[in-house]
Design a protein around this ligand. Structure first.
Ligand code: ZN
Length: 133
């Protein structure tokens, strides 16, 4: 793994949260993107070298809707940039981690993504992401 790529925060109302985080960082989000397959609307902020992703559910079956229902708004996942996501999935499976989708899927912000089940990572949902070239 190369570095933390971004931190994902689950929010109820992305419009309001965009205003809030714009005030916090002193600049607006650089991207708003809907990922229809995941039932989420996302926005991305840069803060120096770091990135924050906000996620709002667009339907009640979305993982974000379920997360907010159970835990409320807050940090949802930590994403790590990887060079070769397939290789990384294989490596982690061999080490006993539970991968939620062993076939990488297309995520927001031009990335291939895979998630590790929080049960195998001390309660933290971990996203692996590889930039699509
Ligand atoms: Zn993410």
């Amino acid at each position: 793994m190369k570095k933390i790529e971004h931190i994902g925060i689950a929010v109820k109302d992305i419009e309001k949260s965009n205003t809030l985080f714009s005030a916090l960082f002193g600049k607006n989000e650089y991207k708003i993107e809907e990922v229809i397959s995941e039932g989420v609307k996302t926005s991305f902020f840069k803060c120096g070298p770091n990135k924050i992703e906000l996620l709002e559910a667009t339907n009640s079956n979305s993982a974000i809707a379920k997360f907010i229902e159970k835990k409320g708004e807050g940090i949802h996942h930590i994403a790590f940039a990887v060079k070769d996501i397939k290789q990384e999935i294989t490596r982690l499976q061999k080490k006993g981690f539970t991968i939620l989708n062993s076939t990488p899927k297309r995520g927001a912000d031009n990335k291939l993504v895979a998630f590790l089940h929080p049960k195998s990572t001390n309660g933290v949902l971990i996203e692996l992401c590889q930039e699509i070239e």
